[in-house]
Write a protein that binds this ligand. Structure first.
Ligand SMILES: [Zn+2]
Ligand SMILES: [Zn+2]
Length: 372
C-alpha cells in the first residue's frame, strides 16, 4: 500500500473535533448515580469496543494493555490475519499492527499515520456491520482520500463478484427467527419490504415475502451472541448485523440492539437506539453482492451512528448494484443531499446528547475529511 499525501491533520478538523469533545465533556449528566465523567460512562455503555479509548495515542514500538483487543478487532474485519499462536495476540504494537491501522485509516478517509490517534479510535468504536472490510487479504474498500476530487466510485464486490443468477429477477425472503425481538411481525414485514424496495427501485430485481423458509432465497432473523455461524454477536452496539454474499441468503440481526422499527429514530428514548430499516437496507446490499464502500454517504459504508436514519441509496450504491443486475428504466435517480452538509447538521444536532456525542464526533470528523 502507499502512503497518502493527506498525512497532515487539518486545523479545522482538529478545531471541530476539539469542540465536539468539549461539548461532550460539558454535557449535563442527568442522573446523580452516574460516576464521574460522561465520557467514561458513555464508553462503558456505548460499545464493546469502548476500551479502545484508553489506547488513544498508542503507536509503533509501545506495549500497552488492550493492544491485543485492537488486533482482535482488526483481524475480525480482515485487516490482520488471525493470530498464529493459540495464545492469541500480544499487547505489543508491532509493524503488522501499524500497517493494518494504515489500511483501516485509508478505508475510512482518516489521516494515514498508523497511530491510534483520536479520530481512528473514535471511528473504531462506532457501531458497525459485522461483515469484514478486507476479504482474503485484499482490501475491498477503495479508500476515500481522493475519490471526491475525481468522482471515482467506491462501491465494491465480494471476491469473485458473486451475484444471484442473471435469469433470477424475482427473489423471495422470509422472516424466520423473531422470538428474540419484541417488534411485532406486521411491523417487521413493513420495515423489510421498504428496505428491499430501495434496491428493487434501482434495479430489475423484485422481492416478495414468503412465510415459508424452505421457499425463500433469503432468510432474516434476530440472534444473540454465538448463534452457530462463527460470527457471534456482541451485545448492544458494536456489531449490529451481518449478511452473507450471494447466493447464501442469510441475514442476521443482533437481538441485543435497541432496534427502532417505526417512528423517528432521532427522537427515540434510548441513546443507543439503532434504526432497523437503515441497517436492513445496508445488509440487503451484501445479500445482493455489494461489499463495503469508503463513500461516507453510501448505504454500504460500514458504520452507522446510533439514533440516525440512513435509507436512501447514494449514487455510489446505485452504480454498484446496477452494474451487477442492470438498471430499472423507471428509476428516478438518487435523492440524497450532499454528504458534508447533511452529516454536519445531524452530527451537530446529536452533540447535545451525551451518550451519542462520541459517535457524533466520528461523523463530524469523517464528514470533514471527505469535505476538505
Ligand atoms: Zn456491511
Ligand atoms: Zn450470523
Amino acid at each position: 500500500m502507499t502512503m497518502a499525501s493527506s498525512s497532515t491533520t487539518s486545523p479545522l478538523l482538529v478545531l471541530i473535533t476539539a469542540m465536539a469533545v468539549a461539548a461532550l465533556v460539558a454535557a449535563p449528566v442527568s442522573s446523580a448515580d452516574l460516576p464521574s465523567g460522561v465520557a467514561s460512562i458513555a464508553s462503558k455503555i456505548l460499545s464493546p469496543w469502548s476500551a479502545f479509548n484508553n489506547l488513544t495515542g498508542c503507536h509503533f514500538g509501545e506495549e500497552q494493555q488492550g493492544v491485543a483487543k485492537v488486533k482482535d478487532y482488526l483481524a475480525h474485519f480482515g485487516y490482520l490475519p488471525e493470530p498464529s499462536s493459540s495464545g492469541g495476540f500480544t499487547d505489543i504494537f508491532d509493524a503488522d499492527l501499524e500497517e493494518a491501522i494504515k489500511v483501516y485509516q485509508r478505508n475510512f478517509g482518516l489521516d494515514i499515520n498508523g497511530v491510534m490517534d483520536a479520530p481512528t479510535v473514535t471511528q473504531m468504536m462506532a457501531p458497525r456491520c459485522g461483515v469484514a472490510d478486507v476479504i482474503n487479504g485484499t482490501s475491498t474498500m477503495g479508500g476515500a482520500s481522493s475519490a471526491h476530487v475525481h468522482g471515482r466510485n467506491l462501491y465494491t464486490y465480494f471476491p469473485g463478484s458473486p451475484t444471484w443468477p442473471r435469469s433470477r429477477k424475482s427473489l423471495k425472503y422470509a422472516i424466520t427467527q423473531t422470538s428474540l425481538t419484541s417488534i411485532d411481525r406486521a411491523t417487521l414485514s413493513q420495515v423489510f419490504a421498504r428496505a428491499f424496495a430501495r434496491w428493487s427501485a434501482a434495479t430489475t430485481l423484485n422481492f416478495t415475502e414468503t412465510t415459508s423458509a424452505n421457499d425463500a432465497d433469503i432468510t432474516i432473523g434476530f440472534y444473540a451472541g454465538d448463534h452457530g455461524d462463527g460470527e457471534a454477536f456482541d451485545g448492544p452496539l458494536g456489531t449490529l448485523a451481518h449478511a452473507f454474499s450471494p447466493t447464501d441468503g442469510r441475514f442476521h440481526l443482533d437481538a441485543a440492539e435497541t432496534w427502532v422499527a417505526s417512528g423517528d429514530v432521532s427522537q427515540a428514548s434510548s441513546d443507543v437506539a439503532v434504526d432497523l430499516e437503515s441497517v436492513a437496507v445496508h445488509e440487503i446490499g451484501h445479500l445482493l453482492g455489494l461489499g463495503h464502500s469508503s463513500e461516507l454517504d453510501a448505504i454500504m459504508y460500514p458504520t452507522i451512528t446510533s439514533r440516525t436514519r440512513k435509507v436512501d441509496l447514494a449514487s455510489d450504491d446505485v452504480v454498484g448494484i446496477q452494474s451487477l443486475y442492470g438498471g430499472n428504466p423507471n428509476f428516478k435517480g438518487v435523492t440524497t443531499s450532499p454528504s458534508s452538509s447533511r452529516d454536519m447538521d445531524s452530527a451537530a444536532g446529536e452533540l447535545s446528547r451525551p451518550w451519542s456525542a462520541l459517535v457524533a464526533v466520528a461523523a463530524v470528523a469523517a464528514g470533514l475529511v471527505v469535505a476538505l
